[in-house]
Ligand binder design. Structure first.
Ligand SMILES: NC(=O)c1ccc[n+]([C@@H]2O[C@H](COP(=O)([O-])OP(=O)(O)OC[C@H]3O[C@@H](n4cnc5c(N)ncnc54)[C@H](OP(=O)(O)O)[C@@H]3O)[C@@H](O)[C@H]2O)c1
Length: 334
């Protein structure tokens, strides 16, 4: 009688209950086997994002606690492997895959499906994958999608036009840094709001004006904007309205429930409105971001780098809410 060969194993960080960084545990689990229309990626680098922090700790914007448990798992995350984005090398391709070959270097964005805090992940060959920009290392390449796809989504929803003024609050963060760079790419005039330590960084990303929120009230100078992108949940619409031009849009990216409700209301006070809600995950956005990065239009911003074994420390860094750019984790060296 022949017995099946033992399943190949991989290391993965598991989140089996909600809590602080120490709920993350390194374990050995079966390596995924790609279906006919999937590729198996050997992950070289990933990130710990604000999304991973929110899922692990269940620290949700006000009003979302119950909805989050229903969506993510009542008592523990249904998907125990966190991690929204990756860069790696294709190790196997499914029988029906023609678009990719073994050895291709790629970036991938499973997004809310997560599963990147592991040595391997299988992804649909026609999913959110793109060739890794050759000018970036794996850690830089892994950092493009979480902030980048969110920024693309909200700028698209705002229908930002050349010459419009864009205020980015939280301009040094993963989302904010991408908003500054992509806003400039779309020919908006960008003002960034950040803390003293990150003023130079935000200016180097393309902000024409940088406001240090430690030293001045970001709205006190009386300037008005066509679009205000708030990634730090700092100004409600009632306050933002005075700083919006007619037809202005508040992008409530870290949106609390109140902002979600306001986004359902028609434009008011001269066509001003709120845009909120989860960013759409589109495979073509990953291709766009990889292309922009390969042309030097979108520059990765790395806050800090961690070893795979130090995943808890990476989570702790993200939880400070003070990172600039991405916290990246090296999963494998070669
Ligand atoms: N709607 C969606 O689909 C969606 C998608 C992705 C992310 N998000 C949310 O967007 C938010 C930002 O994500 P992220 O990845 O960019 O986070 P992040 O990288 O941690 O950046 C947050 C930034 O906010 C700034 N900040 C903190 N407190 C501030 C304050 N009081 N005033 C002004 N700036 C402040 C910090 O910069 P300084 O230290 O320089 O102030 C930090 O760089 C999170 O809440 C995340 O959950 C939503």
């Amino acid at each position: 009688m022949s017995s099946a060969p033992p399943a190949a194993l991989m290391r993965a960080h598991l989140c089996r209950r909600y809590g602080g960084p120490d709920v993350i545990e390194l374990a050995e689990i079966p390596r995924p086997v790609p279906k006919d229309d999937e590729v198996l990626i050997r992950i070289r680098a990933t990130t710990v994002s604000a999304g991973d922090w929110r899922v692990r700790s269940l620290a949700m914007p006000p009003g979302f606690a119950l909805i989050a448990r229903l969506a993510l798992g009542l008592t523990r995350p249904r998907q125990p492997i966190l991690g929204t984005e990756l860069a790696g090398v294709i190790e196997r391709v499914g029988a029906r895959v023609t678009a990719w070959r073994v050895g291709d270097a790629v970036i991938g964005f499973p997004g809310g499906a997560m599963g990147c805090h592991a040595e391997y992940r299988a992804m649909a060959a026609n999913g959110a994958l793109a060739p890794k920009p050759a000018n970036l290392d794996f850690e830089e390449a892994a950092s493009l999608c979480f902030g980048g796809t969110t920024a693309l989504h909200f700028l698209r929803k705002a229908a930002i036009k050349p010459g419009e003024s864009l205020l980015v609050i939280g301009a040094a963060g993963s989302v904010g840094g991408a908003l500054v760079q992509l806003g400039r790419h779309f020919d908006a005039v960008v003002t960034g709001v950040t803390s003293s330590a990150h003023v130079e960084l935000v200016a180097s990303l393309g902000a024409t004006v940088v406001i240090d929120h430690k030293r001045q009230d970001m709205l006190a100078a009386g300037a008005t904007y066509d679009v205000i992108a708030d990634t730090a949940d700092t100004i409600p619409f009632a306050r933002a309205k005075a700083a919006l031009n007619p037809g202005g849009r508040l992008l409530a990216i870290a949106g609390i429930m109140g902002a979600m409700v306001e986004s359902l209301l028609p434009p008011r006070d001269g066509g001003k409105r709120v845009i909120a809600g989860p960013a759409a995950e589109r495979a073509e956005d990953v291709l766009t971001l990889a292309d922009l990065a390969s042309r030097g239009v979108l520059r990765p911003v790395i806050d800090s780098r961690y070893r795979f074994e130090d995943m808890r420390a990476a989570h702790a860094r993200v939880e400070t809410r003070r990172k600039a750019g991405s916290v990246v984790v090296t999963v494998a060296q070669d």
